[in-house]
Write a protein that binds this ligand. Structure first.
Ligand code: PEP
Ligand code: MN
Length: 340
């Protein structure tokens, strides 16, 4: 941390800041010029809030030079984290595709979808059973009955299961059926839920909040990692901006930013990112080109009839095309998407 003192500050005020820093365990290096004094505070103290210093007399500016997150940071763990789930590695050389409906609706729907996405090379079946809907009157999901259907569809086709944990009260039931626990965008800062997900021991797929900065998102990952759960996968799913022609603004620059700041794998969800079927393919290609470790794509046998997110769900033929094209981009950058 760098503390810049005001011009004309007194020696007493400087000493007071140094004392505060020492009390918090920092080593302090002082540099006094003819006009201004600058203090360099050395030490990693993630819990220290620099605003304490800002309030002291004589302090002009305080700058952090290290991130407030530790376990999620690339400086803490320089090598990439590869999350192993069954025989699938997320964060390795393969780009992992997770696909399926927004919501599990029926046995027929989830079995047909599982068969198709598996045939195209997806490794993980997605589907919501407890849905975070904007309206309390919209379809809320089939609950445990849906999870039973998804588990058997996934097992029948050799796929893993990812589903959202909406509420800590559902943790046991979700863990019974899921290989990967999804934390939705709306719950990214639900810290008690993050702790429960961390304690579950299951890999956790952490979606970025609708208006979360990358730093806030990595702080949320820190909650899960702090529960001794190293298997965190980040997911960029679009953020809210002033733009209205897409549902959200898919922040693909988050991919290289996360890669430089953190060792955690990152998956991109262009379905929620843009919210319109015909914009998903180009953004999926761009996500893989940008270095995403995986894609999450909503697929439905009959999107016009879907109970949630139909306009952004791909029918089977569109998903096949998407997989053919992203596979080619993956190869160009030295990665792969194996065929089924
Ligand atoms: C979902 O994956 O269906 C979902 C609700 O996503 P998000 O939390 O990103 O809105
Ligand atoms: Mn959805």
């Amino acid at each position: 941390m760098i503390v810049v003192m005001k011009i004309g500050v007194t020696e007493e005020q400087i000493e007071r800041v140094i004392e505060q820093l020492n009390d918090h365990g920092f080593d302090v290096h002082r540099s006094s010029g003819s006009q201004q004094t600058i203090l360099g505070a050395i030490g990693v103290k993630p819990a220290f809030d620099p605003r304490h210093l800002q309030l002291l007399d004589g302090v002009a500016e305080v700058h952090r030079v290290t991130e407030p997150y530790k376990l999620a940071s690339r400086s803490w763990k320089p090598e990439n984290t590869v999350v192993q789930v069954g025989n699938v590695q997320i964060g390795g050389s393969e780009v992992v595709v997770m696909a399926g409906p927004c919501s599990i609706e029926s046995e027929e729907q989830i079995f047909q979808t599982a068969e198709h996405v598996k045939a195209c090379g997806a490794k993980v079946l997605r589907g919501g059973a407890f849905k975070p809907r904007s309206s309390p009157y919209s379809f809320q999901g089939l609950g445990e009955a849906g999870l039973v259907m998804m588990r058997s569809a996934a097992d029948a086709h050799g796929l893993l299961v990812i589903t959202e944990l909406l509420d800590s009260a559902h943790a046991d039931v979700v863990c019974k059926y899921a290989d990967i626990i999804q934390i939705g965008a709306r719950n990214m800062q639900n810290y008690s839920l993050l702790r429960v997900a961390g304690q579950s021991g299951r890999p956790v797929f952490l979606k970025r909040g609708l208006s979360a900065t990358i730093e806030e998102w990595l702080m949320s990952a820190e909650y899960i990692l702090a529960e001794n759960n190293p298997n965190v996968i980040l997911c960029e799913r679009g953020i809210r901006t002033f733009e209205t022609y897409t549902r959200n603004t898919l922040d693909l620059s988050a991919v290289p930013v996360v890669k430089s700041r953190s060792h955690l794998p990152i998956v991109v969800d262009p379905s929620h990112g843009v919210g319109i079927r015909n914009k998903i393919l180009p953004m999926a290609l761009a996500a893989v080109a940008a270095g995403a470790d995986g894609l999450m794509i909503e697929v439905h046998p009959n999107p016009a009839e879907a109970l949630s997110d139909g306009p952004q769900s791909l029918p089977f033929d569109h998903f096949s095309t998407l997989m053919d094209q992203v596979r080619r981009i993956a190869e160009v950058i030295g990665r792969s998407i194996p065929s089924a």
